[in-house]
Design a protein. Structure first.
Length: 425
């Protein structure tokens, strides 16, 4: 019988350790260490180069296996859960904004930020969802347009299979998906180096002094985000009938990746992998819910938009009515549908919303200096929330594997890798 290999430090702990070392090195050495950020940028580029292909392949595979009736029923459940979670986040942001009052008694100097909103009408935004050239959409990393095309391609694939029984295209897509995920697996081995380099640059160039005057603002975000996660984990644990503590442990790796990269897109591969291999979500559900969630479910962005709005209102002593508060919740929710899933995207969206809310656009400059720290907090519910919703949907569809969640069964992809390794010995 083969001996069990000793387990080393897990990738999650490696990333955490590298994060601490990077932050300390950046703070102690200062701007001289900033060039190391190039290593971090290379890591992010290597992750991002595969994300549009992962989304295209995963959604196509998931939809290609469904009948139109199944897709309609499943789509309604997914969209409904995303909408409810985002509304809750936006409302909690407003509530905690008034409880903690982050903008009251704060004397700030605006940072040198070049963040401008791009005012678009609702029709412009709606038209922008639909690609005119899918190659261009893939090249630009326009996630919403890639998903729209993938939905059409998936429906067409399903229709073709029903008419001919020929599954060759679907099998090709499945093979491509597995191959691209293998590439991601190679890249993720360098995650500790990449993340450590990124955080060293952040600490060296941004510093921690900006945190002091904006401490209440970040604290408000932290408390609201923590409560959102408690609600999400609690509701999921009740639905799945599992331990909330065990559930929390299983979403830690993806949460660490989300916090350190501040990007839902870059966290997508590990989110999909852990949804299937740790939470017990079927590949069919994971391939559909997780990519869709990246652009439709942005609870973290919603809570940021609402808290930042309240912060600016308090900072400039602007009067706000109950109707104005409702408008903040509604617009913060709608603004999260199909928006940027990359670092800094939320700040641009906020700048775009401010004129509609009647807020001074220059207010963005006051919070721009701590946007990385904001992203480290609010990307967690974006990423972990998608995975938790995928588990709920899997349970509703009878595709939640409790044995995988309990660790009694190895996920079949991992099991196949073990068998292949054994055959090669």
């Amino acid at each position: 019988m083969a001996k069990k290999e000793k387990k080393g430090i897990s990738l999650t702990n490696q990333i955490l350790l590298a994060s601490v070392i990077g932050l300390l090195a950046g703070a102690l050495i200062g701007p001289a260490i900033a060039p190391i950020g190039a290593l971090g940028q290379i890591f992010l580029n290597l992750i991002m180069m595969s994300v549009p292909i992962i989304i295209l392949g995963a959604v196509t595979e998931a939809v290609g296996q469904l009948s139109p009736a199944e897709l309609g029923k499943l789509g309604a459940k997914i969209f409904g859960l995303f909408l409810i979670s985002t509304i809750i986040a936006a409302a909690l942001g407003v509530v905690f904004g008034f409880i903690i009052q982050p903008g009251v008694g704060v004397d700030l100097v605006a940072t040198d930020a070049d963040i401008t909103g791009h005012g678009q009408s609702f029709t412009d935004i709606l038209v922008g969802f639909f690609p005119s050239n899918i190659i261009d959409s893939l090249a630009q990393g326009n996630m919403m347009q890639v998903i729209i095309f993938a939905l059409f391609l998936g429906v067409a694939t399903s229709s073709y299979i029903n008419q001919t029984g020929d599954e060759s295209l679907l099998n090709l897509v499945k093979t491509m998906n597995k191959t691209v995920l293998t590439i991601i697996g190679f890249v993720m081995k360098a995650a500790p180096i990449g993340v450590g380099a990124l955080l060293a640059e952040v600490a060296a160039t941004t510093g921690f002094s900006v945190l002091i005057p904006l401490g209440k603002y970040l604290l408000t975000l932290l408390i609201a985000t923590f409560l959102i996660m408690v609600v999400y984990i609690g509701a999921t644990a009740i639905k799945l009938k599992v331990s909330p503590i065990e559930l929390t442990k299983k979403i830690i790796p993806m949460s660490v990746m989300a916090a350190t990269t501040t990007s839902s897109a870059m966290s997508l591969p590990i989110k999909m992998k852990d949804s299937e291999e740790k939470l017990g979500v079927s590949p069919r559900i994971s391939n559909l819910v997780n990519p869709l969630g990246m652009v439709l479910n942005s609870a973290g962005q919603a809570v940021f938009l609402s808290i930042a709005s309240i912060f600016i209102i308090q900072l400039f002593n602007i009067e706000v009515t109950a109707a104005g508060l409702l408008q903040i919740v509604v617009l913060s929710t709608l603004a999260c549908m199909g928006t940027l899933a990359v670092p800094g995207g939320a700040l641009v969206i906020f700048a775009s919303l401010m004129p509609t809310l009647g807020l001074p656009v220059e207010g963005v400059a006051f919070i721009a200096g701590v946007d990385w720290f904001r992203g480290a907090i609010t990307t967690i519910p974006n990423v972990a929330g998608d995975a938790l919703i995928s588990a709920i949907v899997a349970d509703m569809e009878g595709e939640f594997d409790r044995d995988i969640f309990d660790g009694k069964k190895i996920h079949r992809q991992e099991e196949g890798m073990i068998e292949n390794a054994g055959a090669q010995k």
